[in-house]
Design a protein. Structure first.
Length: 333
């Protein structure tokens, strides 16, 4: 039976003093690993009545990427390190300098065989999850913006079957890669998510902050923020565009009616019933989107910004990580 977006409500919240910047969930459980602004990765079990977080220490800066690969957790941070952890003991398995600059995202294939990391050195690297051996080094993004400032490589996503990988940067350039060969298959341009102020601030804001393939791999969703007047604030409307990436054709475009700010994470429902985007500005924002009709099904605000979330296997539970809060949302029966 389809999961009705209107039925999602907060079932449990955990208040935090830090900012939880990324999230990975152990399949078939309510166990979570979350990366923090304090440089730690935390383990939570939301099945417990009063979850007690367990800290995994090893990074020296914001932990902005975390992925689960079988019995291992892989985290990436501002310090450029990738660290492998044992998911059960939470002990460090290995760690090394994987990028020259801030690691913005870490993702795993569904079969847990590969890890991809993206960073502000504008490189995406694909790793063997079991050994940590480098498989591919993908370079398809310019290190400087057209205005001669350093760019950022915020987002990456694997397709459900693990054969495709997409990467997206600050100026709205997307590359779709063949995972087996490391070759580029297609590029897309999404310039509306990038704002350059040439006069008042001589600076820019925005960028592609999230990517997601549809379950069948034919569509690619891109998340960010629309054009901004004052680039000192996240005042642009939240923006999502969906493409038939092989044809480089946009098939849907969405923006929040009320919500502003960045869409920092996108996930398709496991059966493709809807697309969920989350993020916000000072406040949090959910957008449930019907790609087939091009309509917003539900727009929900929250008290604090969402950075990442995880859907369970049925699409009936959402786990969210963000500013000072970890939460479980459930769809009422």
């Amino acid at each position: 039976m389809p999961t009705d977006p209107a039925k999602f409500k907060v079932a449990k919240e955990i208040s935090r003093k830090d900012i939880l910047l990324c999230l990975a969930r152990v399949p078939e459980t309510k166990r979570l690993f979350a990366g923090s602004s304090d440089g730690c990765v935390y383990h939570f079990d939301l099945a417990e009545q009063k979850p007690e977080p367990s800290a995994m220490e090893g990074h020296t800066g914001y932990v902005t990427g975390v992925a689960l690969a079988g019995k291992q957790v892989v985290s990436g941070a501002y310090d450029g390190q990738l660290i492998w952890w044992d998911a059960e003991s939470r002990a460090k398995v290995r760690g090394f300098k994987a990028h020259d600059r801030w690691i913005r995202n870490v993702v795993a294939t569904r079969d847990s065989k590969l890890i991809a990391s993206t960073a502000d050195d504008m490189v995406c690297r694909v790793w063997d999850a079991a050994t940590g051996k480098l498989k591919h080094e993908l370079r398809g993004h310019e290190p400087m913006t057209p205005n001669h400032f350093s760019s950022m490589l915020y987002a990456c996503a694997f397709s459900t079957d693990g054969t495709l990988l997409a990467t997206g940067d600050k100026v709205g350039h997307v590359v779709v890669w063949d995972v087996a060969t490391g070759k580029s298959l297609a590029t897309l341009e999404v310039p509306e998510v990038y704002t350059w102020d040439p006069r008042a601030r001589i600076h820019s804001i925005g960028g592609i902050r999230s990517l997601a393939f549809s379950p069948d791999g034919t569509q690619l969703a891109v998340g960010g923020m629309g054009k901004v007047g004052n680039i000192d604030h996240l005042e642009g409307k939240a923006r999502v565009e969906v493409f038939n990436w092989r044809k480089a054709e946009r098939v849907a475009q969405f923006s929040g009616d009320k919500g502003k700010g960045l869409i920092t994470h996108l996930v398709f429902h496991p059966q493709g019933e809807w697309l969920l985007g989350a993020g916000g500005d000072g406040k949090g924002l959910f957008l449930f989107l019907d790609v087939a009709t091009g309509k917003v099904m539900r727009e929900e605000s929250a008290s604090s910004h969402f950075h990442k979330f995880a859907l369970d296997e049925t699409g009936a539970r959402i786990f969210t990580a963000g500013h000072n809060k970890l939460a479980l949302w459930e769809a009422a029966a």
